[in-house]
Design a protein around this ligand. Structure first.
Ligand code: NAD
Ligand code: IPM
Ligand code: MN
Length: 356
């Protein structure tokens, strides 16, 4: 079957890591001719902004609508204010295509470095289910009395019943399917509207899933426990901002930003879903061919799973784990000296050697 994939490489290391993701998907398709990809590359991002005064074409969302999936590198670069670059490209895609589920595996693979003393692969195996279209990222607010001494800025968070219920339900369905516990992370002690509401809905949905074990933590305590007792967490459901922050913490305990992947899903498949590493454009290392492309390969694995190829999804993870255990072809963030493209080649070589 042929799948139309929109490729938005974006900024900084985005094009470097995404080239390897596309390389790996092409290798899969060579090894399994049943799977075909029809890639269309979009030159959108900060350079596009400098040329055209916008982050994407005016009808960009319309152009993307016809694709089966979007494969994205990273967005944002010094020279364009971050709130413009991100809202006009990445965040508008998540919202327009109602990609309300952000699945971020925080899983320590064998061979990946972990800064936590005494913790190994079986202790760190979480799946974050981050709400991805509303909450603290609703994008509404007001800026009053600009430049006056009594200037006030209000940033509104929006938690709708539908929005909370569907993300929490998604986590419970996954928990039931995988026989894993579901942990809610919130903050009702201080956020006396939004998080009280979130907790209430979690309790309501929980009652429908008596077979699923649950836990609930305040976000500050959750951050602490992820470091001291990561084995407590299996599936974690949380709001947009909390999920953003905790998954960078998660990346740090599971091998680093170079290994952390995410899928932005529209589970009903009304619109395309988007697959991307969770890291940014890393301006500090951009253009040097030293960025780790394995997070992008992991998101390619999520893409394959979503398109209906779980076996290939697993094979990509096997390839990543093989590289980590072998330790010969890794980028400098993992104490290796390989280039970005050599790591992509090594993934392809593993797939060819094992699954031809
Ligand atoms: P970042 O994730 O780009 O970088 C943080 C640190 O991690 C840097 O030291 C970087 O070198 C390192 N790092 C990240 N990815 C790596 C990789 N694949 N291999 C090796 N090292 C890696 O975060 P930042 O510096 O806060 O943000 C830079 C820009 O990216 C900003 O404009 C930000 O808004 C944007 N951003 C975009 C996305 C996205 O597109 N999804 C995500 C996060 C940040
Ligand atoms: C991420 C990023 C984005 C987010 C930014 C760049 C808007 O940090 O995907 O984790 O906060 O969602
Ligand atoms: Mn983030």
């Amino acid at each position: 079957m042929s799948h139309k994939i929109a490729v938005i490489a974006g900024d900084g290391i985005g094009p470097e890591v995404l080239a390897e993701g596309v390389k790996v998907l092409n290798a899969v398709s060579k090894l399994d001719p049943e799977i075909q990809f029809d890639f269309t590359h979009f030159p959108w991002g900060c350079e596009f902004y400098h040329k055209h005064g916008k982050m994407m074409d005016d009808d960009g969302i319309e152009q993307l609508r016809q694709f089966d999936a979007i494969f994205l590198g990273a967005v944002g670069y010094p020279g364009v204010p971050d709130h413009i670059s991100l809202w006009d490209l990445l965040l508008v895609i998540r919202k327009s295509f109602d990609q309300y589920v952000n699945v971020r595996p925080i899983k320590l693979l064998n061979g990946a470095p972990c800064p936590l003393k005494g913790k190994s692969a079986q202790d760190i195996n979480m799946t974050f289910i981050r709400e991805n279209t509303e909450g603290e990222y609703a994008g509404y607010g007001s800026w009053l009395y600009k430049d006056k001494p009594h200037e006030v800025v209000i940033q509104n968070a929006v938690f709708s019943r539908v929005g909370c219920e569907r993300i929490i339900r998604y986590a419970f369905e996954l928990g039931r399917k995988e026989k894993r516990s579901v942990t809610s992370v919130s903050k009702a002690n201080a956020l006396n509207y939004s998080m009280v509401f979130w907790d209430q809905i979690f309790k309501q949905v929980e009652e429908e899933y008596p077979d699923v074990k649950t836990a609930s933590y305040l976000v500050d305590a959750a951050a602490m426990l992820m470091v001291t007792q990561p084995e407590r967490f299996e599936i974690v459901v949380t709001s947009n901002l909390f999920g953003d922050i905790l998954t960078d913490l998660g990346a740090a305990i599971a091998g680093g930003m170079g290994l952390a992947a995410g899928a932005n899903l529209n589970p009903e498949r009304q619109y395309p879903s988007m697959f991307e590493p969770i890291h940014g454009s890393a301006p500090d290392i951009a253009g040097q061919q030293i960025a780790n492309p394995l997070a992008t390969v992991w998101s390619a694995s999520q893409l394959l799973a979503f398109l209906g190829y779980p076996q290939w999804a697993e094979r990509l993870i096997n390839a990543i784990e093989h590289l980590l255990v072998e330790g010969k072809t890794l980028t400098p963030d993992l104490k290796g000296s390989a280039t970005t493209s050599e790591v992509g080649d090594a993934v392809v070589a593993y797939l060819q050697a094992n699954y031809a």
